[in-house]
Design a binder for this molecule. Sequence first.
Ligand code: PSU
Ligand code: MN
Length: 309
Amino acid sequence: MIKTSQLPLRIEVSPEIQDALNAKSAIVALESTVITHGLPYPQNLEALAMLEACARENGAIPATICMLDGVIHVGLGERDLDSLAHKMEHKEKLNKLASRDLAMAYSKKSSGGTTVSATMYLAWLSGISVFATGGIGGVHRGWQNNLDISLDIKALATIPTLVVCAGCKAILDIPSTLEALESAGVPVYGWQTDEFPSFYSRESGVKVARVDSLSELANAFSTQRSLPLISSGMLVANPIDRDHEIPRTEIEPYIEQAIIDSKGISGKEITPFLLGRLAEITGNRSVTANLALLKNNVSLAAKIAGELT
Ligand code: PSU
Ligand code: MN
């Protein structure tokens, strides 16, 4: 294992996470871009507390990962949470940090949320192998004209971490995202479903290999990690519960509207814009759905982490 203290980046693993690592207890890494850029303030901080509690209720210790003033935190203590809250309250610049941004963010002593790619990388460096997020990034609609493919795909292809998501972001080209994952060698499984979920909705129209048992998942992941020349992650797609889903036929016109409204916005700004717009259009129903699916994913990830110990 890599000693995080010997890396040129400053990585602070909280005492609780260090103890859990030493004891080989179940740990679930949580990303923070969904907090800094995916949900509105102050609901985002309540969401973080709710997700951390949910991990614990399901038997795992939450390791939220983010960067504060150039220091990467793996597991947030009370002081780190206060610092994050203070930055949000005072509208300090919080960056959206993918894995390619980490070195410069360290150099500039920036603060920000880590995306799936950065969180996977930092979790792996710290020795954490299970990670829960909302929706992964992927291939954007209109890629034929503007080749916008998230670094999340490359991270899933190269970092052996198990990621639980509710599908990819609904705003993406979902069939193309699944093709890209296949080409990248990333195994994708539907948790108790035959259909790849699409974030707000349980359906996407695309089939996925189904897994129904925690032990099957955990065994497959352990086996994969022991195979030479295979270093990819594993993606588990967990559909949002029926009570909170926004059916595809209902959300799709809203997404199309939001994409039209996003004209002129590109790169890493596009997702935060679209999520904000969808919250406006749906009267915050998209935010309620986002919170529900995150909780659902953290709870499944905690159970998988428990099964792996
Ligand atoms: N899905 C959401 N909200 C988010 C993200 C995904 O509903 O904020 C974030 C995740 O952190 C993901 C990132 O890794 O967006 C991907 O961004 P991009 O498409 O710019 O690579
Ligand atoms: Mn992109």
